[in-house]
Ligand binder design. Structure first.
Ligand SMILES: Nc1nc(=O)c2c([nH]1)NC[C@@H]1CN(c3ccc(C(=O)N[C@@H](CCC(=O)O)C(=O)O)cc3)C=[N+]21
Length: 300
């Protein structure tokens, strides 16, 4: 048996088409053009690549994109002022400050300053709480994208055993909330978990979000299970030539693909969904700010 490969790149493209339709409707029926502001501090090349692709996709779906590239020595107060300004602007419906920020800036303080109504990452305490109790609002992008792929693959998730590996605020915790809401039996594993391989073998759904290259081994996977690999790790690839690198996930892909029912590849799996869901959240916040019901196909 060999696993079905879950094509996150293709799914994300379809999702962006639906988002473009919603943007068009907001424009023609309500005179609204959603706008997303992306702020990056410093010149980390990987961050720049992500931010550029976010801006490009924002424009492609017909939204306004506002990009702020600030020098790495930008002061915390200056960044807070920019956020205040963006919070006030009617043409900005979403604000994303690319993480990580330089060490002299307190990321928690920055996140807290973003208006929850424009917090398209779902990082603010208000929105984390709303997600936990099931109120409408933006939903953490990577977990939302992962959930969409799981529902598309499996239909109803009810009653399934889901093991999430990793308990971060960005992925593991919000993912557990979403899978609980879909009536899975959820276990969140972490670095102190006993017998992780044995626990994984009980899982119908595995979500790997630890940030360690190929840590989850093929023989930890129950035959037929669905595997969502959130990890994006850049590693050396001497087989491609001296000094070359490649991206791998948190799952030992080649071995896992022999036993799993379905698996997301890296790249081309969850990553593209994360960006598409950022755009989905911008539609959601635009609707909520204008007393419109957010489209049900763009949220959890
Ligand atoms: N405020 C904030 N929100 C974020 O959502 C956020 C952030 N900061 N900081 C950095 C991380 C990382 N992240 C990724 C999104 C898409 C891909 C993605 O599309 N990856 C491609 C591969 C891209 C490549 O080749 O490098 C893929 O998996 O196919 C990767 C990583 C969002 N992040």
């Amino acid at each position: 048996m060999t696993a079905q490969i879950i094509d996150g790149k293709a799914f994300a493209q379809q999702l962006r088409h639906r988002i473009a339709d919603h943007v068009e409707r907001l424009k023609t029926e309500h005179g609204l053009t959603p706008g997303l502001a992306v702020v990056i501090v410093g010149e980390d090349p990987a961050s720049q690549v992500y931010v550029n692709s976010k801006s490009k996709q924002t424009k492609e779906v017909g939204m306004n994109s506002f990009k702020y590239e600030l020098p790495k020595d930008t002061g915390e107060a200056e960044l807070l002022n920019l956020i205040d300004e963006l919070n006030e602007r009617d043409d900005v419906n979403g604000i994303l400050v690319q993480l990580p920020v330089p060490d002299h800036i307190d990321a928690d303080k920055i996140i807290k300053r973003i208006s929850p109504a424009k917090d398209v990452d779902c990082f603010t305490p208000e929105n984390v709480g709303r997600l936990a109790i099931g109120l409408p609002g933006p939903v953490s992008c990577t977990p939302l994208g992962s959930l969409m792929l799981l529902r598309d693959q499996l239909g109803k998730l009810e009653g399934m055993n889901a093991v999430i590996i990793g308990r971060s605020n960005l992925v593991g915790k919000p993912m557990s909330q979403l899978l609980l809401r879909d009536n899975c039996t959820v276990t969140v594993a972490h670095s102190r978990t006993k017998d992780l391989p044995g626990l994984c073998r009980t899982a119908d759904i595995i979500v790997a979000a630890v940030g360690r290259p190929e840590m989850i081994k093929g023989d930890w996977i129950k035959p037929g299970a669905t595997v969502i690999d959130v990890g994006i790790n850049r590693v050396d690839a001497p087989e491609k030539g001296e000094g070359k690198t490649k991206l791998v996930g948190d799952v030992e892909y080649a071995e896992a693909a022999k036993v799993a029912g379905a698996i997301t590849p890296v790249p081309g799996g969850v990553g593209p969904m994360t960006i598409a869901c950022l755009l989905a959240n911008t539609i959601t916040t635009t609707c909520l700010a204008n007393d419109l019901t957010p489209p049900s196909d763009l949220t959890a």
